[in-house]
Design a protein around this ligand. Structure first.
Ligand SMILES: [Zn+2]
Length: 126
């Protein structure tokens, strides 16, 4: 597990444009985002995240930001097949930015289209 120790967490409104440390996409000015300060390997680090990315991180039950994207990639690869071939990902979702994919998967989890199978993994409900 990660040695990240949270010192403080808040949800301010972006006064300028930032970059999300999970999906690496832009956090638009005026957006409410998640601001976290913590200690990592003895260093104080700060991290700004989209609310949605942090929510998905909690659902996936992981700490490492790269893990969120790894699980997101796996979830999309196994649950959003192309109409033409099960080996290919649905082009519509494949072409989205990570932030758009985060929002799409989060929405499908909330709608009950994707259900948890354990260990933070989600599968399409049949
Ligand atoms: Zn993000």
């Amino acid at each position: 597990m990660s040695d990240f120790e949270t010192i403080s967490e808040s949800t301010p409104k972006a006064r300028k444009v930032y970059r999300c440390c999970i999906c690496r996409c832009v956090i638009e000015k005026g957006t409410i985002y998640n601001y976290q300060t913590g200690k990592f390997d003895g260093q104080i680090e700060t991290c700004r995240k989209h609310k949605e990315c942090d929510e998905l991180r909690r659902m996936f039950d992981v700490w490492e930001y790269d893990d969120v994207i790894d699980i997101l990639n796996d979830t999309i690869a196994s649950n959003y097949p192309s109409n033409d071939s099960d080996d290919e990902i649905d082009e519509e979702i494949d072409e989205l930015s990570y932030f758009e994919q985060v929002k799409r998967v989060l929405q499908d989890i909330k709608a009950g289209i994707l259900v948890e199978t354990g260990n933070g993994y989600f599968e399409r409900k049949d």
